[in-house]
Ligand binder design. Structure first.
Ligand SMILES: *[C@@H]1O[C@H](CO)[C@@H](O)[C@H](O)[C@H]1NC(C)=O
Length: 328
């Protein structure tokens, strides 16, 4: 009986995994994006569908979507630079910080480099309507080496839910609650990818800085999916009626099992359990004592200021409280 059940849930899982790639079109770079900064450090490959972003002593680099989107499914396959990458941050994120200086929204995947022999870490975060006084960071290890090959990182965003995926495994679900109020991202955003020098906070709170002896640091992007509701930047109205068509439905029970497994094994930090920053956990947090116990084993984190995703983001620089990662 139990065996049958396992077989059954695996087949559901399999069906959903193939559905959750969603067969959304991969768009050529030029159709969906423009270079943002770093001029020659952004290289578009001959197929027009893959892009290299590099960081050297002169500059990082980045690109941005042409359109603003209100909700959708956004995805990239990324291969991160190997070896010594302390202080290097690769970010794949949505933001409207250039349009709303005091009440911007943001949904982040941030990849934090590390010293040689230690793996990259992933951080996810959301801000809504300028909620930069409450960081909602989570950090995780991975079950693979993200420098060996391309892996798919995706964000699904509806008006009620944000789901972060790694290789189609949901790793985090942010469900809008009433008490979150405006803190849930709710205005149209553009999609960004950047690589930049975050020496001041990325690795052990700035203990290990970028070492340009190992430059250039190259992050490779391909399989870019922008499947959202494009919005008129002036009127801020989208032309899509049905969010679910753009993102698929939420997390299935079988996927939820995978998510819970992932989080048990690989999550190393959650703002919900950070008693140094939050005397009482923010209202949306559901506290689990086993999780609290498990997370206590990891180093406490240092939090500092000086957040930015690249040189072009002067508006948001310094306005956020940012997690400095303890890298091991
Ligand atoms: C967002 O912020 C603006 C400006 O601070 C405020 O007027 C508005 O009510 C906020 N919206 C929500 C949904 O909280």
């Amino acid at each position: 009986m139990e065996g049958l059940l396992v077989v059954f849930s695996y087949s559901i899982l399999f069906a959903f995994v193939s559905a959750s790639s969603r067969n959304f079109p991969i768009i050529p770079f030029d159709e969906g994006y423009s270079p943002l900064f770093g001029d020659s450090n952004l290289v578009i490959h001959r197929d027009g569908e893959s892009v290299h972003l590099s960081l050297d002593e002169r500059t990082g680099s980045g690109f941005v979507s042409h359109d603003l989107y209100l909700h959708g499914y956004f995805s990239a396959s990324i291969k991160l630079p190997a070896d010594y990458t302390a202080g290097v941050v690769v970010a794949f994120y949505m933001s409207n910080g250039d349009m709303y200086q005091n009440n911007h929204d943001e949904i982040d995947f941030e990849f934090l480099g590390n010293i040689r022999g230690k793996n990259w870490r992933i951080q996810t975060n959301v801000y809504g309507n300028g909620s930069t006084n409450i960081g909602r960071e989570e950090r995780y290890g991975l079950w693979f080496d993200p420098t060996d090959d391309f892996h798919q990182y995706s964000i699904s965003w509806t008006d009620s839910q944000i789901i972060f995926y790694v290789d189609n495994v949901p790793i985090r679900e942010v469900t809008r609650t009433e008490s979150m109020g405006g803190d849930f991202p709710s205005k149209a955003m553009t999609l960004y990818a950047t690589i930049w020098d975050a020496s001041d906070w990325a690795t052990n709170g700035g203990k290990y800085r970028v070492n340009y002896k190992y430059a250039p640091y190259v992050a490779e992007f391909s399989d870019l999916v922008l499947h959202g509701c494009a919005v008129d930047p002036i009127e801020q109205v989208g032309k899509c009626e049905n969010d679910e068509k753009n993102t698929g439905s939420g997390v299935t029970p079988a996927q939820r099992m995978k998510m819970e497994n992932f989080r048990k094994k690989h999550m190393t930090y959650s703002y919900c359990y950070d008693r140094v920053r939050y005397k009482a956990p923010p209202s949306e947090c559901v506290i689990n004592s086993q999780e609290a116990e498990r997370l206590r084993k990891f180093d406490p984190v240092t939090f500092g200021s000086g957040r930015h995703h690249g040189k072009r983001h002067r508006h948001t620089r310094g306005s956020h409280t940012e997690a400095a990662s303890s890298s091991f």
